[in-house]
Unconditional design. Structure first.
Length: 384
């Protein structure tokens, strides 16, 4: 396939992106306008809620995924006694808030403002069940939580993290998941609310499962995901690449991958690769007077493994990186891969540029938000 055909293919996909289905979810729009983030008031940012019984691991998940806390440090976390709102947008491609709830919260307390909490910008509710504990009480709480939230906002995505599975054997993991899945869904059908769909994930902060689960939760909230997947499919097939992930660098959440199955070992390898690059950039790449991240739009890296596999990282913008796994012999034509990557990046820019421009126009028309003083459709700062 010639490079020109390929470019046209990327362009067609980018152009086919439907402006009509604009997301509420925000992305690193600073790439289009450096001041965009500051225009977006906190109350319109989408929310992901973390709920569950006390000590189930809610704060630990938030700290490990979004604040680089090491899992062992979570042993010293204090119990949460009020709702903690964490704005993820300042350091990440994905703009949202994570709300961490105290375990003892009572939804039937008259002061609990369910409309405000579950309504509006609430996109996902993650319920955490401690798999190392007796989970019967958790299941009751899960049922009351999702029923209450669903009444207020049926569009919420309900996600269940069966957490702390590091303490279980493989057989126990399967059995626990089966039992929790069965009981939770039975309770929903008995109460006549079986239209509520629950998704289950086995997670632990001591391995990459928590990042993988969070990636899947976040991906559901990105309406452009099929377009991104399509672009990645074209990219890998024309570049002889085995697998490609688009990573949000700070959180190591992958916002998209091609449609071949994700194997956990490859994902872990890519996460470790990003950690190495970030660490090296910080240690050796920081300029003396610079306060900004050393990982920038010029970053790229190649690691050759002794299994004749190559790990290749290219930045997409300052928050987003593409990490590819490919066989060594296919890396001989690096120029082709780099060219295809630039086409891919331009197409992605189109996809999100359309979204940013249209959302600005929509907001202007509605006159509900002020986006004064800047053109969103500026040059992408990661452009070569
Ligand atoms: N083994 C194991 N322990 C975990 C995991 N995640 C969290 N923990 C531990 O669980 C304990 C409670 O974690 P927290 O994050 O404070 O729990 P929480 O749900 O925020 O608790 P509250 O604020 O009281 O509602 C801590 O000692 C964590 O180290 C995990 O994946 N595996």
């Amino acid at each position: 396939m010639s490079s020109y055909d390929e470019e046209a293919q990327y362009e067609a996909i980018a152009n086919s992106y439907a402006v009509g289905s604009l997301p509420k979810f925000g992305y690193g729009a600073e790439d289009f306008d450096p001041e965009f983030g500051s225009y977006m008031p906190a109350e319109v940012k989408p929310k992901i809620l973390l709920l569950g019984l006390r000590r189930s691991g809610k704060s630990s998940i938030q700290k490990v995924v979004f604040h680089k806390m090491s899992p062992n440090e979570t042993l010293f976390l204090e119990s949460t006694n009020k709702i903690t709102k964490d704005d993820i947008s300042s350091s990440s491609f994905i703009q949202f808030q994570v709300w961490d709830f105290p375990g003892q919260i009572d939804f039937f307390d008259p002061t609990f403002d369910a409309d405000n909490i579950f309504g509006g910008q609430c996109e996902a509710l993650i319920f955490i069940i401690d798999a190392q504990d007796d989970y019967m009480e958790s299941l009751e709480k899960l049922h009351s939580t999702v029923s209450r939230a669903y009444k207020v906002n049926p569009n919420i995505h309900f996600e269940v993290f069966i957490h702390k599975v590091d303490g279980l054997s493989d057989d126990q993991k399967i059995e626990t998941q089966r039992e929790i899945h069965q009981r939770a869904n039975d309770e929903l059908s008995e109460s006549g609310t079986d239209s509520i769909h629950l998704s289950f994930y086995l997670t632990s902060i001591y391995d990459h499962s928590i990042f993988e689960a969070f990636s899947k939760v976040v991906q559901k909230l990105i309406p452009q995901l099929p377009t991104m997947e399509n672009l990645l499919n074209i990219f890998i097939s024309n570049s002889n690449i085995e697998k490609a992930f688009l990573f949000d660098v700070v959180s190591k959440i992958y916002v998209a991958t091609d449609s071949s199955p994700v194997d956990m070992a490859s994902y872990e390898l890519c996460c470790d690769f990003i950690d190495v690059i970030i660490d090296i950039s910080y240690i050796y790449g920081m300029k003396e007077d610079a306060e900004t991240s050393a990982f920038d739009n010029q970053s790229s890296s190649i690691i050759r493994l002794n299994s004749s596999t190559i790990l290749y990282l290219r930045e997409v913008n300052k928050y987003l990186a593409m990490v590819c796994l490919l066989r060594e012999e296919n890396f001989a034509r690096q120029g082709l891969i780099d060219y295809n990557f630039i086409c891919f990046r331009d197409a992605l820019q189109e996809v999100f540029g359309i979204r940013a421009r249209a959302s600005m126009m929509r907001e202007r028309n509605q006159n509900s938000l002020s986006f004064n003083g800047g053109s969103i459709a500026k040059e992408w700062d990661g452009r070569v």
